[in-house]
Design a protein around this ligand. Structure first.
Ligand code: 9GP
Length: 792
């Protein structure tokens, strides 16, 4: 396709889809017209992949996930179809710039953090590798909330990403599933019959996901909840307009937002409904496809590898048993074994709040047959494993982590350390019973999105140096090793980073009205706000540093900009206080004429994929400072390393593997290990001891507690300070001094550009293992037993 072909296609779509002409088209219109023109190309590849799959009838992968944090799709499609030059040329002819058009697309806000972004990277890698796969999730009308700040406090507003035409999806009116809740279980001819009382329709919307060079494309199928019947005309005619619309509104609630606040009973019920809704719809779709291809039910595991992304779809175990046993008459034991043959489960966290537990009352009310089946699965497991102590229910609750484990043939962790800890802690007993079940698949990120399109300058330099093969064989970055002592290469590497930083500074000035010095060290912590991720450790160190600079402004400080971004869950009060504190500190520090040339603090609102794509290539230092043992893997850490930002971090999650690969000298390690964390917690008054030992920490805490950053509300951070000086479960105080020292080491290294750029380049050259292609190949071999196909 030439640029002229693409230009003509854009103009055609502009006229015949959007009904407008170039003289009246807005940027939005151009973006849609370009998307449709690119989509045409993509659909051809998608059809080719689909027909190759139908012909071969291979084992398919089904990835069930509550989140798919796909972000923008236009640039991805252009890059993977290798249409950048044509798109630039076509738009230039029309007087437009590709970057502006691409950035007009709203982010698909279908995820919260690492788990959702991992699912998106996996979809892209599956397509690049040519592994036939479906992603299954929910088409949230309002996604995750949009974050803004009011007087420094987080404000949540509905995300309206679907208020514009979404060019990438196809509604499948022919594919719909009726999903039921509640009701009762009766028996007929010896079989259980569940008649759910409430019903909604799961309507399918398909998004093609294209792999590198357009070699293959898979489908992301998202379910939207719709009412079984339209509005109630009889009530409407009686003038009860709101009541007439109620069934529709109630049904739509299910696919309205991602992670509704579940601190209330209603919130919990809605969350469980969402989980069952998309899991049940997906399983029926999978069985329908299998049955259409005419397989014998017992062969289902040969045709379907169903991956449960965290515990959210864990109800898949009981539901698949129900579909096989109750609805298709398979013997219970066989149904359990067949389901287990298909299912595998990824655990993404050891944090107890994410290993879901549902009250038996709620489960019985919403999913009465599943509750019975959970009991039967529990009994079957007990019979299989005499002497076992673990149960699927405890204290009136159903344990979804244990259900997922019991019903899966493989369970994987997402980094080596996390996998070991899983074996030793949350699943110790189950691991003893099933020693071969747990495997490790360390996470990865797609290089197409996170290097090639996010960082074109670095990508060009890499390609000029080692050729293009790295894009789908990221370990080829090792070839850069030979250039790490070449001053010309290091200069070019430094120039790319400098220009990325200058671009970011310009964007900050234009979009946020903030000026920063591009020469300053850009020190970045972007991720969900959580105590275990310890954004409060970072801000405490910032306050301590501010006090030191103030006391001695002439000491040759390395200018630094601390950049934060991330959302706090709406019901997580402490995380919201951390955001407020960072914003308050920023206000005081940025206005301080003495210190602000050396130290600035920014909290960028509404963190999303596009912001990460803009910021990571401009970052110098990557903050990965979680309490050891708490971060399952991290994937941001990999993106930063690949883009040449060395890590300051603890031995946690994939940091451990990053450090092993990039080399200890190119990583600013600090803090306690997971084992030391456990030991430290047992020390009485550990926080107080740490505060006594380091006056900088005491000084920072005192400044915060005395209202230095909240002069009109001096006690605002009493709770935060009390937490840190008291229980300090995440050991912020105990790791403070080591963190402070590591920051000074980072500063010293940054002050010597030769040292720094070599360090940064080492990170790029040695992080090739962290490609999600490698991770997906691991899943295919160790868990799914699937092989790639090739499209005609
Ligand atoms: O917190 C983990 C993060 O460490 C990991 O990288 C990511 C992908 O595996 O999953 C996150 N977990 C969750 O978001 C919830 O379990």
């Amino acid at each position: 396709m030439t640029a002229a072909d693409l230009r003509d296609a854009i103009l055609r779509h502009l006229a015949y889809e959007l009904g407008t002409d170039p003289g009246h088209a807005t940027l939005h219109d151009w973006r849609i017209a370009l998307s449709l023109a690119v989509r045409d190309r993509l659909v051809d590849r998608w059809f080719a992949a689909n027909s190759a799959t139908r012909a071969a009838q291979p084992k398919r992968v089904y990835y069930l996930s509550m989140e798919f944090l796909i972000g923008r799709l236009l640039e991805d499609a252009i890059v993977n179809l290798r249409l950048e030059d044509q798109a630039r040329g076509a738009l230039a002819d029309l007087g437009l710039e590709l970057d502006a058009v691409v950035q007009n697309e709203p982010d698909a806000a279908l995820g919260n953090g690492g788990l959702g972004r991992l699912a998106a990277c996996f979809m892209e890698s599956l397509a690049t590798i040519g592994c036939p796969a479906f992603g299954y999730g929910i088409r949230y009308e309002n996604g995750l909330f949009r974050q803004s700040f009011q007087d420094g406090r987080q404000v949540e507003e509905p995300e309206d990403w679907l208020s514009q035409f979404h060019a990438w999806e196809f509604e499948r009116r022919d594919v719909a599933q009726e999903i039921r809740f509640g009701g009762e279980v009766t028996e007929k001819d010896g079989r259980a019959v569940w008649t759910g009382a409430e019903a909604v329709i799961a309507a399918a919307f398909d998004t093609p996901i294209i792999g590198w060079k357009g070699r293959w494309a898979n489908t992301l199928r998202l379910w939207s909840a719709q009412p079984l019947h339209g509005f109630d005309l009889a009530r409407f005619n009686r003038g009860e307009y709101a009541a007439a619309a109620e069934p529709e509104a109630t049904a739509r609630t299910i696919s309205r937002v991602l992670y509704p606040d579940d601190t209330t009973g209603q919130g919990k019920e809605l969350r469980l409904k969402q989980e069952y809704f998309f899991t049940a719809a997906s399983l029926r779709d999978i069985l329908r496809r299998f049955e259409e291809e005419g397989g014998a039910l017992a062969d289902l595991p040969k045709k379907a590898a169903i991956q449960l992304n965290d515990t959210h779809p864990a109800i898949a175990g009981p539901e698949l048993v129900r579909l096989l046993h109750d609805e298709r008459g398979m013997a219970l034991d066989e149904a359990i074994a067949t389901a287990r043959g298909c299912l595998s489960y990824t655990n993404h966290t050891l944090m107890p709040e994410a290993l879901e537990r549902w009250s038996e009352d709620l489960m019985t009310r919403l999913l009465p047959r599943h509750m019975q089946l959970i009991e039967r699965i529990d009994e079957a497991h007990a019979a299989e494993m005499p002497g076992r102590r673990v149960t699927l229910r405890e204290h009136g609750e159903v344990k979804m982590g244990e259900i997922a484990f019991t019903m899966a043939h493989k369970v994987n962790g997402v980094s080596a350390l996390h996998t070991d800890l899983m074996k030793e802690t949350v699943f110790a007993e189950l691991h003893r019973l099933h020693p071969d079940r747990i495997v490790n698949e360390t996470n990865g990120v797609t290089p197409r999105r996170w290097v090639l399109s996010a960082n074109p300058r670095l990508s060009r330099l890499i390609t000029e140096t080692i050729g293009e093969g790295w894009v789908d064989d990221l370990e080829q970055l090792e070839k850069l090793e030979a250039s790490l002592s070449d001053p010309a290469f290091l200069d070019a590497y430094a120039k790319a980073k400098r220009e990325n930083k200058a671009d970011f500074a310009d964007w900050l000035a234009a979009e946020q009205g903030v000026r920063v010095d591009p020469e300053a060290l850009f020190d970045v912590q972007i991720k969900r706000i959580h105590e275990y991720k310890r954004q409060h450790l970072n801000i405490l160190e910032t306050v301590a540093l501010w006090r030191e600079i103030k006391a001695n402004p002439g000491a040759g400080w390395v200018p630094r900009v601390k950049i934060f971004a991330g959302k706090a869950a709406p019901g997580y009060v402490f995380a919201k206080e951390i955001i407020h504190l960072i914003n308050d500190v920023a206000e005081v520090l940025n206005a301080d004429p003495v210190t602000s040339p050396y130290l600035k603090v920014l909290f960028l609102p509404n963190y999303n994929v596009s912001l990460a794509e803009r910021l990571i290539p401009a970052a110098d230092l990557s903050e990965q400072i979680s309490t050891a043992g708490k971060e399952a893997s991290g994937t941001g850490n990999m993106k930063f390393a690949l883009n040449g930002a060395p890590t300051i971090g603890t031995l946690d999650g994939a940091n451990v593997e990053i450090r092993e690969r990039v080399g200890a000298r190119n990583f600013f390690l600090f803090g306690m290990t997971a084992a030391e964390v456990e030991a430290r917690r047992a020390v009485p008054d550990h926080a107080k001891l740490a505060i006594q030992a380091d006056p900088r920490l005491g000084g920072a805490l005192k400044a915060i507690s005395q209202g230095a950053f909240s002069p009109k509300d001096r006690h605002r951070y009493r709770g935060v300070v009390a937490n840190l000086t008291g229980q300090d479960y995440f050991l912020v105080c105990s790791d403070f001094t080591a963190y402070w020292d590591a920051q000074r080491r980072a500063e010293a290294a940054y002050a010597d550009p030769d040292v720094w750029h070599r360090m940064a380049a080492c990170n790029t050259a040695r992080s090739g293992w962290f490609s999600s292609d490698r991770t997906i190949r691991g899943y295919m071999g160790d868990i799914w037993g699937t092989v790639p196909l090739v499209a005609e």
